[in-house]
Design a protein around this ligand. Structure first.
Ligand code: TPP
Length: 634
């Protein structure tokens, strides 16, 4: 098998790379050994690309960690041993890692240590759009932000040298458009670092008890001061001054990341790139104060382009105030741009036109190309989660009550939509069981309280909340939807599958043993096949009606993975059909169950199964009350 280009030591070669692949390449080129992470869009491909590189670079020590806090700590442990290390996660993952991150800033880095945070303006695949640049400000840790795939590779490679030079952890912030956009990248050489790795027994540094932390805090502030002074020479920051005027005014722009790329496109569109001053930042915190002062002194109006919060804008306004320049220069930002969502390129063009009083004809993209048909995300055909929720609904109906289904983040969250409408809460990973604990203290016994979450999420952060329920004797039913995967983010393995990121076997953690170990009594644990609907309904009803902390593991492999297994084994999935004579056109299979493989023939007034999309889960056979759906024998 030939080595893929992105894994080859081929400096000078050009290849088109996804932003996340470019980040992985930069990590490889920098001589990193430990890379850890927890999956989350838009960050996941950084680690999965490193896993693709692993067969050709077996010095890499890679892992999907159980959650982001552990991932950060794994990498930080590497840094303590003088090893270059990186932890990768989506923006909300940094919330989980933040306990370790905040204090790691005090002790600083030994081997180069970078935390990659992939932010998601517009919440394309996230529960919020928090701006993680503030984590740098909060922890007094420098924040780097690239604006192209090339810069992402080069900047992260540089981040490890920087981290070792200043003994500081670096927060490497990206956004979806960078992570998932593609660009031309010139590769560099792959570095191997020749060093005696090993733990450094320095308790005054690594043991952050109060007497040490007071000293470390002073060092952290000194380190930040040094980095602030260096910010003016930071090689990925640049200031270009122009004395030209546009409509009688000298304009300056400040940007980093993707907004910088949009700014350059917009200035080129108006032919003004050489006629304005531009401060481009590769390190957004701490700011380059002298460069900013120079810009403030050189122009009449400044526009700061940044998605989400006015992070840079506030820094500029503060420096302008400190230097007594608030009357000399106007600083604009969020008065022109929204504080939510990512910026489309067209918005930047429109905004420049408004600010600079420029002639502007709406960008010539035909409107019908911009409008995509709206589609709700839905559970896949054959998804075992659908069967679990359908069973739950049947029991709810039979018991003539309403359950409180405190839920979580995963594919199953899509059960919030019609026809299942079975999810009542979702705020963060692991939150389902935590909130169920609280709700159960208030809600009357007639409304059973459930905590519903996936297997990966249970491992990530469900375990402490389950132990909490056991300890405090909260009356809840935890339903773990075990599809043997972290399906929502791209089928990453986890402790329950026992396969490591490198595809090598690891040790499998058995969910039911774990649950028992958390203190749930054996008679309060059920394990059933999600797709065996009659048994699911019977046993789940038992679990709903039982008292105390109960755990119901609803288990069936994700249908996409199952299809893959069928393909590998060259077996056909079961063929499921509707017998038209028996179908009464009652629509239960469509309006109540909602599998997208079941369609309705309006002329015949009969349901039928689209054989192209059906995955042969056979659950609809049990859903049909007229016995009209059957499995066709081969
Ligand atoms: C703190 C945090 N980390 C990562 C994610 C990204 N994410 C969304 S759902 C999910 C896990 C889904 O796996 P699982 O619970 O097994 O459910 P499935 O999608 O397989 O049904 C992850 C990692 C997130 N939203 N929040």
């Amino acid at each position: 098998m030939s080595v893929p280009q992105f894994a080859e030591n081929n400096p000078g070669n050009h290849i088109i790379m996804l932003g996340n692949e470019a980040i992985a390449r930069g990590i490889l080129e920098a001589g990193v050994i430990i890379a850890s992470g927890y999956p989350g869009t838009p960050s996941s491909e950084v680690l999965s690309t490193l896993a693709e590189m692993y067969p050709y670079h077996p010095h890499l020590k890679l892992e999907w960690s159980i959650n982001e806090k552990v991932a950060f700590e794994v990498a930080y442990g590497g840094s303590m041993c003088d090893v270059r290390s990186v932890a990768c996660m989506k923006h909300v993952g940094v919330n989980v890692a933040s306990d370790a991150f905040m204090t790691a800033g005090y002790a600083g880095a030994r081997g180069g240590m970078v935390l990659v945070s992939a932010d998601d303006p517009s919440c394309f695949s996230s529960q919020n759009e928090q701006d993680n640049r503030y984590f740098g400000l909060h922890a007094l840790i420098p924040v780097f932000e690239p604006s192209t795939a090339q810069e992402a590779k080069d900047l992260i490679k540089y981040a490890f040298d920087f981290s070792e030079h200043f003994q500081s952890v670096v927060l490497f912030r990206t956004t979806t458009r960078l992570n998932h956009g593609r660009g031309d990248v010139t590769l560099g050489g792959i570095k191997q670092i020749d060093r005696d790795y090993g733990f450094d027994w320095d308790r005054s540094r690594w043991v952050c008890l109060p007497s040490h932390s007071r000293v470390l805090r002073v060092r952290l502030l000194e380190r930040l001061k040094e980095i602030s002074e260096f910010a003016d020479e930071f090689p990925f920051n640049s200031l270009k001054i122009s004395d030209d005027k546009v409509n009688g005014i000298r304009y300056g722009f400040v940007a980093a990341g993707i907004p910088y790329a949009h700014l350059i496109d917009a200035l080129n569109y108006f032919g003004l790139k050489e006629k304005v001053s531009i401060l481009k930042l590769g390190m957004v915190y701490p700011p380059p104060r002298k460069l900013i002062e120079k810009l403030l002194n050189s122009v009449d109006k400044i526009l700061v382009l940044e998605e989400l919060e006015p992070f840079l804008e506030n820094i500029l306004k503060q420096i302008a105030y400190d230097k007594g320049l608030t009357k000399e220069v106007e600083i604009h930002g969020k008065d022109f741009f929204p504080q939510n969502g990512e910026f489309p390129a067209e918005l930047v063009i429109e905004t420049l036109a408004a600010l600079m009083d420029l002639e502007y004809n709406s960008v010539s993209v035909p409107n019908d190309l911009l409008i995509l048909p709206p589609r709700l995300p839905i559970l896949c055909p054959g998804c075992s989660h659908r069967a679990s929720f359908y069973a739950l609904k049947q029991i709810e109906k039979k018991m003539k009550t309403k359950f409180v289904n405190s839920s979580d983040i995963g594919c199953y969250t899509l059960a919030v939509y019609k026809p299942l409408e079975s999810i009542d809460t979702e705020i963060c990973m692991g939150g389902s069981i935590g909130m169920a604990n609280g709700i159960s203290k208030i809600q009357p016994i007639e409304n059973p309280v459930l905590g519903i979450l996936g297997d990966s999420t249970f491992f990530h952060s469900g375990i402490p909340a389950l132990i909490n329920a056991v300890y405090n004797e909260n009356n809840i039913l935890v339903m773990i939807l075990d599809n043997h995967s972290t399906a929502m983010t791209g089928f990453q393995d986890h402790p329950g599958t026992g396969i490591k990121i490198t595809r090598e076997p690891g040790t499998k953690v058995i969910l039911e043993d774990l649950v028992k170990g958390c203190g749930v009594s054996s008679e309060n644990i059920w394990v059933e096949d999600s797709n065996d609907l009659p048994k699911m309904i019977e046993k789940l009803e038992e679990a709903v009606k039982a008292k105390g902390v109960r755990v119901f593991i609803s288990r069936h492999t994700c249908s996409l993975l199952e299809m893959n297994e069928f393909r590998i084994k060259n077996i056909h999935p079961p063929k499921v059909k509707v017998e038209p004579e028996k179908c009464k056109g009652c629509l239960i299979c469509i309006n109540k169950f909602g599998c997208p493989a079941i369609l309705f023939d309006d002329d015949q007034k009969k349901a039928y199964i689209d054989q192209e999309t059906c995955r042969g889960c056979k659950v609809c056979i049990d859903v049909c009350i007229h016995d009209a759906i059957y499995e066709e024998e081969e």
